[in-house]
Unconditional design. Structure first.
Ligand code: NAD
Ligand code: ZN
Length: 360
């Protein structure tokens, strides 16, 4: 038995208003006047001076507003890297991502691809990255994905939706300032928050479970219940707790795996562009056979917060299209092995997946 030697985010700051310390945190990391900091910022903050005026720009530093409407693509990462190289005299001192999982994943991928040759497509998989990334900082503005703490950056390529999983992927620094999440719209709050909830359920009910994962997963699940089920918290308490639930949920899956909902949600997102949070919810709603207690509580929370999930997303699909989704879902073997066990192939058939997709 060989155990995984897991890299963690080496520096993290937590607190309301901690975003104000960004300048003092990054300035010692500036290599020289020609090596800029590049800030990748969710374009939902365009014109929002309360946030953008606090981004410390000097010398050749650049702020790029990026849309989070679609999930990150390998082509988008390659274009961003080329643009950054062409527009600056030297390789950046650092990449700072400010946004949700979409922007955080882009920041991680760009920082890796600035020091590794070729297209990001070549690095989708496990441990394919050769050189350390440039210094990169993650600043989440919505809570749930755990992308701030994870060892992966999930990219959609021409053939695969697959992460760049490597020891160089985790951020060098994370700033957890729950105040930055104050304007997240309610539906999005629920969908991204449920990503964390599903991480906990899939990790805690998986065959890969171990005490490391369990200790983080149980804490994150308790926090999710306080936030989404009890509803006795103030707005600020709820924001603070969801930010830490996301962190713990991410730590829990780091040392185990996700499961059925994630595997099937990747299929939806690859074919139809359904985003991760809502995709997980659409799938998870139909997984009572696999996660009975988790799904029952999910339905309760969904009702409590008056959340309507999209219906009939697979209604018009052809057999070929179902096949594409099934291929993507089945390619995620570790997720199935975690969820079902070593003999998962005898239990999870293409017909089984098709009948589940048809319900969605
Ligand atoms: P997101 O980044 O896609 O953002 C969702 C929406 O919320 C966007 O419209 C965005 O503009 C908006 N938003 C973000 N912050 C806001 C704020 N403070 N105020 C108002 N609006 C705000 O959402 P997400 O759910 O955090 O991320 C999903 C992505 O994360 C997917 O691409 C998924 O693949 C990835 N992901 C990565 C990991 C990982 O470990 N790397 C894990 C899970 C998910
Ligand atoms: Zn997830």
């Amino acid at each position: 038995m060989s155990y995984k030697n897991f890299p963690m985010v080496p520096r993290v700051i937590f607190g309301r208003g901690s975003f104000n310390q960004l300048e003092e945190i990054i300035s010692p990391k500036r290599l020289n006047a020609n090596a800029p900091f590049v800030f990748l910022v969710d374009d939902v903050f365009k014109g929002k001076a309360w946030l953008t005026s606090r981004i410390p720009l000097s010398y050749d530093d650049t702020l790029l507003f990026i849309s989070a409407k679609e999930e990150p693509k390998t082509s988008q990462v390659d274009e961003l890297v080329n643009k950054i190289i062409l527009n600056h005299k030297e390789r950046p001192s650092g990449i700072i991502g400010i946004g949700g999982g979409t922007i955080l994943d882009l920041a991680k991928a760009v920082s890796i691809m600035l020091t590794n040759n070729g297209s990001s497509v070549n690095y989708q998989g496990w441990d394919l990255v050769k050189s350390p990334a440039v210094y990169h900082v993650g600043i989440p503005t919505i809570s749930g994905t755990g992308a701030e703490v994870s060892r992966t950056t999930i990219l959609t390529g021409p053939k695969l939706k697959l992460g760049i999983n490597s020891d160089y992927t985790p951020f060098d620094q994370v700033i957890l300032d729950p105040e930055l999440t104050k304007d997240v719209p309610k539906n999005q709050w629920f969908f991204t928050g449920m990503d964390c909830y599903v991480h906990c359920i899939e990790s805690l009910n998986g065959t890969y479970l171990n005490t490391f994962s369990q200790s983080y997963g149980e804490k994150a699940l308790d926090l999710c219940k306080e936030i989404f089920e009890d509803d006795k918290l103030t707005k600020q308490e709820s924001q603070d707790k969801l930010m830490m639930a996301s962190w713990h949920g991410g730590m829990s899956i780091a040392y185990s795996q996700v499961g059925v909902a994630h595997a099937m949600s990747y299929g939806l997102s690859f074919l139809l562009g359904v985003k991760h949070g809502v995709g997980n919810c659409i799938v998870f709603d139909h997984l009572a056979d696999y996660y009975p207690e988790g799904v029952a509580l999910f339905k309760k929370m969904k009702e409590k917060h008056h959340i309507e999930l999209p219906k009939g997303v697979c209604a018009e699909l052809s057999d070929d299209e179902f096949d594409i989704m099934i291929d993507v879902a089945l390619s995620l073997e570790p997720l199935w092995e975690n969820a079902i066990g070593k003999n998962w192939k005898t239990k999870i058939t293409r017909d089984k997946l098709k009948s589940l997709y048809k319900l969605m």
